[in-house]
Design a protein around this ligand. Sequence first.
Ligand code: AGP
Length: 378
Amino acid sequence: EQIKKGSYDHFMQKEIHEQPHSLTTTMRGRLKDSGVVLGGLKEHLKTLRRNRRVIFIGCGTSYNAALAARPFVEELTGIPVTMEVASDLLDRQGPIYREDTAVFVSQSGETADTLLALEYALEKGALCVGVTNTVGSTLSRKTHCGIHINAGCEIGVASTKAYTSQIVVMAMIALAIGSDQLSTQPRRESIITGLSSLPSTTNWINNLPCHVSEVLKLDAEMKDLASSLIDSESLLVFGRGYNYATALEGALKVKEVALMHSEGMLAGEMKHGPLALVDENLPIIVIATRDSCFSKQKSVIQQLLSRKGRLIIMCSEGDISAVGPSASCRVIQVPEVADCLQPVINIIPLQLLAYHLTVLRGFDVDQPRNLAKSVTTQ
Ligand code: AGP
C-alpha cells in the first residue's frame, strides 16, 4: 500500500496532488484548437442537440460536479438543465420524457441510487448518457452513450481528482453539443484555451501557465489555515453562480473526512436565514473570485464584516484590495482562469484544507467512519 502512495502519507493527499496529471489524461486526444472530439457521443450528437432538456443525475460529489457544469451547459447549448439527486428523483418518481437527455454522473459507475435512477430513465425512454471513471462499470454498460473521465484509480473515499475531471468532461460535452452554434464560437474558443491551461501537458496551445500546479502551491497555506480551524465546531462556505457547487463540495469534503459540521450555502440566500448564525467565532469561507457575480459577492462580504463575521475570503490573485477585506480576514488567492472553469481551481484549496484538517484532528483520512467508497445499497 505504501508503494502505491509513493511519497505521500495518504491516498487522498496523493490524489489531490495528482490533478495536473489526471486532468491531462481526461483531456488527452479530446481537445483540439478547433473544438473537442468525443468519440463516445458522436452517434448521438443530433439527438443531444434536438432534445428539450438535460437532466443531471448523481449523488454526493458527482452531483456537485454536475451542478458546477450546469451554468456552462445551459450557456453553450441553450438547453434548459435540471438537477436531480438520484434518490430524490426516485422518491418523487419525477417526470422524465423521451425528449429528455439524462446525464448520469458517477465516479464508480456502481452507486445503487444512480443505477436505479438510470433504470427509471431508460423505462421512460430518455437518451441516457454516462459520465464515469470506471470502464466496464454497470453505468458505462447500461447507458446509451457516454464519456469516461480517465482520471485514474481513486482510492480515498473522499473524491477529489474525479470531481475536477468530471467538470472538465462536462465542459467538453457542452462544447461538443454547442459546436454548431456560430454565435458562441469565440466563447467556445476561450474555454478551450482555458481548459488547456489547467494542467501542464495539455498546455500545447499557447504555452500558458499551468493553473492547477499553481494552486497546489497553496498546500502549506491551507495547512496553516487548517491549524487555525482545528477546534471550530462548524464551518460555512458561501458561493454563488459557477461556484455554488464549489461551496457545496468544499463543505462536503470537510464534513466527510474532517468530521466537522460544515455547510455549503448559496450566498444569495444568506439574508434569508443563515445571516442569523454570523458572529465573531463561526468561520465562514466566502468564494469571491472574478465572474459576473463578483460585485454581489463583494456586497456579501461587506454585510458579513458589518456583523463581525470571521471571514476567509477566496479571491483571484491580486484582488485583495478589490474584495475589501478587513485586517481580521484571511485571504486565499487563487489563479484566475475562464470564469466557468474557475470551480476546477477553487475546489483544490478546499480539498487541501479538508485533508489537513483531518490529519490535524487525528481522523482517518482515507477511510472516514461510516462511509464506503462506493455505495452499492439503497
Ligand atoms: C465523495 O467524496 C463521496 N465519497 C460521495 O459523495 C460520492 O461522491 C457518492 O457516493 C457518489 O459516488 P459515485 O460518484 O461513485 O457515484
